[in-house]
Write a protein that binds this ligand. Sequence first.
Ligand code: NAG
Ligand code: NAG
Ligand code: NAG
Ligand code: NAG
Length: 589
Amino acid sequence: MSATNQNGAVKFLLTFAFLIATTVSLPSSPDRFLKSALTSLRSPDEPQEYEELRRPLPSDGLTPSCSHVLLRHSFGNTIDGPPYTAPYTPPSGCTSPPWSYVVLDLRAASSGDQYDRISGLWLGGVELLRTSTAEPNPTGIFWNVRKDVSRYSSLFMRSDLNVTMMLENIVNDVYTGIYHINVTLIFYEFNPIEQNPKIRSRLEIAGSDRKDQTPADLIIPVCDGGNRGFWFMIENPAETYSKRIQIPSNTRKIVLELYVSFHGNDEFWYSNPPNSYIRTNNLATGRGNGAYREVLVKIDGRYVGSEVPFPVMFTGGINPLFWEPVVAIGAFNLPSYDMDLTPFLGLLLDGKSHEFALSVNDGISYWLVDANLHLWLDHGSSNVEAGSGRYDSPSRHMVRQEEFEQLDGSFRVEAEVRSEFDGWVKSSEGNLTTMVKSMIKVGSLVRFEKNGAYKRVEQRVKTKRIVEVTSESGKPVNRVVHQRTYPLTVITSTLRGLTNDKDMYLLVTNVSHALNERFSAGEALTQVFNRQDSDGWMEVEDHNVLAGEASTRQSFNYIDDLSCYSRTLVAANGKISQDSSSDACASSS
Ligand SMILES: *[C@@H]1O[C@H](CO)[C@@H](O)[C@H](O)[C@H]1NC(C)=O
Ligand SMILES: *[C@@H]1O[C@H](CO)[C@@H](O)[C@H](O)[C@H]1NC(C)=O
Ligand SMILES: *[C@@H]1O[C@H](CO)[C@@H](O)[C@H](O)[C@H]1NC(C)=O
Ligand SMILES: *[C@@H]1O[C@H](CO)[C@@H](O)[C@H](O)[C@H]1NC(C)=O
């Protein structure tokens, strides 16, 4: 810029810069808050239960064969420390393995003031659950997470593994909440799904490959050393973390399961403006790099898959009053993402180790990412032959548009990633070709108005993954299609001037988001529609919520060929005000 010698102009420039620096911290950007000042005032008389809406598990009404305590631990001031670790022993007094249905039951309780915290639970470095905590109040809160972990069954018989849980928490004079956690594994003698004769006959009709529904024989983690939890902490786009892994020579199928969560300056990555906007407006924020992120998976440097993750909101996020006592979709049980890598067995079955690498496109500090490799072995042979077929580099189409003047403007991203791979595997089951086709489509808009005081974020993500298995004669053996869509809208308006205190302001916010899934295996179809709409306001000083009102309406619908489940509820100002559920299907056919 041309320097000026005129004192007046210099003074003007300085004043202008001063104004920007003092008035523009842009509170309309989604942030993380502590609601304790408000909930202390409300002070309920007894501990309150929090929950994430889910479908009851098929095992919920059944008597378990046995249950086995995995860990009991209180997470106090655990920041910068190692995770909780203890040796794992398989359950005794249970019917003999293999167990066909296993449920992980996590119970948590906390009281006092505390932020939401992220947590991971591993067995032998294999991640079983990614979860986050609810912000407590002085009277206390508690919650229960139940997850079907049958797919990890092969681990539960082993006695050479450690259980590890990472939950970094800060306890001092200000943050007093300790998280008390119990985790139990519950084993069922028989598979409630297979025991249902209606389901069994339906699966037979649908001709789905029963072998593919059984848990993997072996699970190998793609993870860090474990001193700070087994996840990789990714802090910039240039960071790639990898592990060299040798696959058994009789592997006939391999699926990578990805676990991911985002924090710090990328907790609300879907709302981040590009760096040009931050620089030009001289904003004091690290939340940049635009609003598109993609987690990449590579083998020996070669792209094999990627995922744009579902934007999970933690309980302190955007407006913490939205997430009490019903938390945001996925907050207690974050989704994981499966990628079938069977087409790459031609590359992996050479008796050598290969590099499995994870990174985040445009990611900034910080992302917690790891993966599990689920391997199915050929029990009829010690050697499986495989060959790679089609490998095209993914086709990428990406358009970014930005226009802004000072603090107002809009930023768009349209992205589409497609890939198609196939390969054959000759095992004792014959010579089968697996084709994996995947598609990710993203549309994103971030718009600022009213001198940055109004912000609107819209994101539409659609993913589709098709896995098709055919015999050597070209006969279809299996076809699985998994689709997910996750639309999101976040609108934030900041009103200042309640007082002269620059740290005090009023935020009026609307959030609406959904996670819809469609899963078909052969002719069997499962669909889930899960949606939350929240609106409310809060008065904020620094990161503390002083006052506010909020409500969230959620509708959850599950439909498969044999059963339905739906639940609708409204939570307002910390209490559930309406709640109805049904297992009747809307129209029977
Ligand atoms: C954990 O288990 C212990 C022993 O049964 C019990 O006293 C405690 O209340 C449990 N904690 C939670 C959070 O459920
Ligand atoms: C389990 O954890 C202990 C203590 O951290 C460690 O000494 C041991 O090597 C671990 N065992 C395995 C199998 O990782
Ligand atoms: C398996 O089938 C594929 C395609 O059908 C073929 O290219 C390959 O040579 C076969 N492999 C063996 C070992 O027969
Ligand atoms: C926010 O939600 C409320 C209640 O659903 C609605 O009346 C209002 O119009 C919404 N505001 C915007 C800007 O969409």
